[in-house]
Design a protein around this ligand. Structure first.
Ligand code: 5AD
Ligand code: SF4
Length: 468
């Protein structure tokens, strides 16, 4: 994350510093930002160096075993730091804290705070408690109460990106996909009040944010538990009226909660960017049924068709899991066929990972050998790379609109930003143009990004509104 500006109220003269590591999804990234904001209000600064920190926080992910293994080994590396400096405090937050609970205390006794997915905003007060009384605090009770979601009172001055921001609008998931740990770590779907979400968007817009991405594990059912609030489309329509907001995005969309009418409404809102992340997971109906995904490959194709029909210029992206229990060569061939036929601009591919207590873990044997999973993963990634590269190359010589966002990580002469369809573009431009919309001619294309030259930049920030 970038520099943190620290509000001055009750800040001590030499600030204590937090080192924060996060794993997992965009919501996890934002949750980490919420905590850093809480600490900044109390005068805490940041450090990239764990050895210099007064507090180390690890915001964790449980979606695959590998992400949890990385946390265990990271926690191991903090043990000597704590031994050298017993005043160092260490906290484990988020999904894995929620899932493994007290096991962290047993396997990593040098950890002081274990705060699950409902409790991670308690870092500041729990830290005070630990300082006062010693010992360790473990909080993993889940509060399904919509008014105690951990999203209130965000310190908006603390943000990684100045011109785009995530806003969580709902947490949890009511589906029970057989492979997925999320219902266990994040619980039932709970939506924030629309007025609270809009107030947050207004504050962010007033602070320079032009692009807002709404987050929820199953975002198409936003507001299911608040029937008078108009659902996701109502939220987008209202957010589009917030002065200063030029671009809206949202994720994740699941095929089972998408309707053709929703696509029409997205398509009718120019500020809703033409990008939908709609995970397919598999192209085999047998596998989809065992995953409990409740749609067929044909229905997935239909949903993509609706998007392409009703949302001008839409780009759809997807996730796939290979090696789900019982997946045969034939099943895998169907997945590859779906990917090759839909020609989505981008897809993430994951090897199936058993998650304790899920339906698949309880009822299905993890019977696809690791080398077969690896080979299928590679084959799918290769096929997708060819499609992504062709899709990007098709833009060579054309002019795309990019919100210039931050210095490119790979080339100091460039700024990075996204097209309306969410393609990453590295543009020849200096940092003074951050936050401007630019029309950019595409000069190079790889599978994962574009490079381009400025044709025109809006004369002053906010002179244009984003167009599709
Ligand atoms: N194993 C592998 N991949 C998984 N995902 C979710 N659970 C698992 C699992 N047990 C993938 C899905 C999901 C993405 C966020 O992670 O593709 O869409
Ligand atoms: Fe990981 Fe899912 Fe939790 Fe996000 S919600 S941190 S992807 S387990």
């Amino acid at each position: 994350m970038g520099p943190v500006s620290t509000p001055s109220s009750d800040a001590p003269s030499s600030p204590r510093r937090v080192h924060l590591v996060h794993f997992g999804c965009q919501m996890n990234e934002l949750d980490a930002e919420l905590v850093v904001g809480d600490l900044a209000r109390r005068g805490w600064g940041r450090t990239d160096d764990a050895a210099q920190a007064d507090l180390i926080l690890v915001n964790t992910c449980s979606v695959r075993e590998h992400a949890e293994e990385k946390v265990w080994s990271l926690l191991g590396t903090y043990k000597p730091l704590k031994k050298r400096r017993p005043a160092l405090r260490i906290g484990v937050l988020g999904c894995m804290a929620q899932r493994v609970k007290g096991e962290i205390a047993r396997r990593a006794p040098h950890v002081d705070l274990v705060l699950g997915t409902s409790s991670f905003r308690r870092v500041v007060e729990d830290l005070d408690d630990v300082e006062r009384r010693g010992g360790r605090i473990v909080r993993t009770d889940r509060r399904p109460d919509p008014d105690s979601l951990p999203d209130a009172d965000r310190e908006i001055s603390v943000r990684e990106h100045r011109h785009r921001a995530y806003v969580t609008v709902m947490r949890g998931c009511d589906h029970v996909c057989a492979y997925c740990i999320v219902p266990f770590t994040r619980g039932r779907e709970t939506s924030r009040r629309k007025a609270d979400v809009l107030a947050e968007v207004e504050r962010l817009a007033a602070d320079g944010v032009r692009e807002v991405t709404f987050l929820g594990q199953n975002i198409n059912t936003y507001g299911k538990d608040r029937p008078d609030e108009g659902g996701l489309c109502g939220l987008l329509e209202d957010a589009a009226r917030v002065p200063g907001v030029d671009r809206l995005r949202f994720l994740t969309s699941n095929p089972f909660d998408m309707t053709e009418d929703m696509m029409r409404r997205f398509g009718a809102l120019p500020k809703v960017m033409p990008w939908l992340h709609i995970p397919a997971q598999s192209g085999s109906d047998r596998v989809l049924a065992r995953m409990k995904r409740t749609y067929t490959a044909a229905q997935y194709r239909e949903v993509v068709g609706w998007a392409r029909r009703h949302v001008p210029g839409v780009e759809v992206t997807s996730d796939f899991i290979v090696g789900f229990p019982g997946e045969t060569d034939e099943d895998f061939a169907l997945t590859k066929a779906l990917l090759e036929e839909t020609r989505l601009v981008q897809a993430y591919v994951f090897k199936y990972s058993v998650r304790p207590n899920t339906l698949a873990a309880r009822t299905l044997e993890d019977d696809v050998p690791e080398e077969v999973k690896r080979a299928r993963n590679l084959a799918l990634l290769e096929a997708q790379d060819a499609i992504s590269e062709a899709a990007n190359r098709a833009l060579l010589g054309t002019v795309v609109e990019v919100l210039l966002d931050e210095p490119s990580k790979t080339d100091p002469a460039r700024m990075s930003g996204r097209t309306p369809g969410n393609r990453l573009v590295h543009v020849l431009a200096g940092g003074e143009l951050a936050g401007r919309l630019a029309r950019v001619r595409v000069t190079d294309a790889t599978a994962h990004s574009l490079r381009g030259e400025r044709v025109e930049v809006e004369p002053a920030p906010r002179a244009w509104t984003s167009s599709r």
